[in-house]
Design a protein around this ligand. Structure first.
Ligand code: AMP
Ligand code: TRP
Length: 331
């Protein structure tokens, strides 16, 4: 069976974009792949994290994944820092990747902003650690949201350069899985900006721990335009907020955007928003109940991660040993 690897950062504010663009897909792929799911705490510390919050967010993301249906017995769930393979392989890949490749990464440019000189070296080499995550398991498929596409292309380049430089056929060519209507959920305050954990406005995102009232309020307040809802995809042009809300509706109700256009086209935003809020609450409420139950038992969550880490080491350590041999390190 083919192997899936995917990761999510424990940086707080897990949101609807993470759920619809990543987590829900992971759960669905479990029937057809061997899956390794990772809470990427080493990636999180590329920008400073409060240690207490980091620990709490790591548990919260793990709880959200389990509550959403990740099967921790059939598949693997762990936090990255418990498996040293990732950091060691990242170093080796630092020596394969070219500066010019990393210089082209748009996520670094966005995250570093104007203050590039003051960004951590870790933030710059972040994509190499991501490549290490993936390649340490000889992963074949990686489900992610649209924003990670460039990092996956880089992973392919790194794998090919490694294979070429050492004259081996070692790493498989990784295929991204970027599917569905929710590969890029936008901010509720600005239809041209991605919904993100780090947006300073709380109202820009629906989080996985928001109450029913908060969800309804944020959707009620979501930015729209004065026109009625579009009834055709062509009418999305110049109306990113309308498109985003209709896409979220389609994703939550698991139907096509066309069906949503037929159902709500020509109507006012107010009734649609009420329906959308009800749908979001109905989807998230059962997951939230289960998350609360799990968060009340932190030791049990930690035990799941420790067990996952052990099984992750069992797979990745022999692969790393082969890589050390290919490099020519004595043992
Ligand atoms: P991150 O929050 O950066 O750790 O992302 C975890 C996963 O969620 C990745 O697969 C991202 O591509 C996905 N993701 C993050 N933000 C969004 C968004 N606004 N829409 C869809 N997917 C997203
Ligand atoms: N960089 C990804 C993000 O921010 C998270 C991630 C780390 C990841 N390692 C990964 C995703 C490996 C897929 C595969 O969303």
């Amino acid at each position: 069976m083919n192997r899936i690897f995917s990761g999510i950062q424990p940086t707080g504010n897990l949101h609807l974009g993470n759920y619809l663009g990543a987590i829900r897909n992971w759960v669905r792929l479990q029937d057809t792949y061997n899956c390794v799911f990772c809470v990427v705490d080493l990636h999180a510390v590329t920008v400073w994290q409060d240690p207490v919050e980091l620990r709490n967010s790591t548990r919260e993301v793990a709880a959200a994944l389990i509550a959403s249906g990740v099967d921790v017995k059939q598949h693997i769930l762990f936090n990255q820092s418990q498996v040293p393979t990732h950091a060691e392989l990242a170093w080796l890949l630092n020596c394969v990747t070219r500066m010019g490749w990393l210089n082209r990464m748009t996520q670094f440019k966005e995250k570093a902003g104007k203050n590039r000189e003051n960004a951590s070296v870790g933030l710059f080499s972040y994509p190499n650690l991501m490549a290490a995550d993936i390649l340490a398991y000889k992963t074949t498929h990686v489900p992610v949201g649209e924003d990670q596409k460039q990092h996956l292309e880089l992973t392919r380049d790194i794998a090919q350069k490694f294979n070429h430089d050492f004259g081996v056929d070692f790493f498989p060519v990784v295929e991204p899985i970027i599917t569905g209507v929710a590969t890029r959920i936008m901010s509720l305050r600005d239809g041209t900006a991605k919904m993100s954990k780090s947006d300073p406005s709380e109202n820009s995102r629906i989080t996985m721990v928001d109450s029913a009232e908060d969800i309804a309020r944020k959707i009620r307040k979501a930015k729209t335009d004065p026109l009625d809802l579009p009834s055709d995809k062509a009418e999305f042009s110049g109306r990113p907020e309308a498109e985003n809300l209709m896409r979220i509706y389609a994703a939550l109700s698991d139907c096509s955007v066309d069906k949503v256009l037929i159902k709500f086209g020509g109507q006012q935003f107010s009734t649609f928003k009420q329906d959308l809020a009800d749908l979001a609450v109905a989807t998230l409420a059962p997951i939230q109940d289960e998350m609360r139950r799990l968060m009340a038992e932190p030791d049990a969550v930690d035990a799941v991660l420790r067990d996952g880490a052990q099984r992750a080491r069992d797979i990745s350590e022999p692969i790393l040993q082969e890589i050390r041999d290919i490099f020519g390190f004595l043992r």
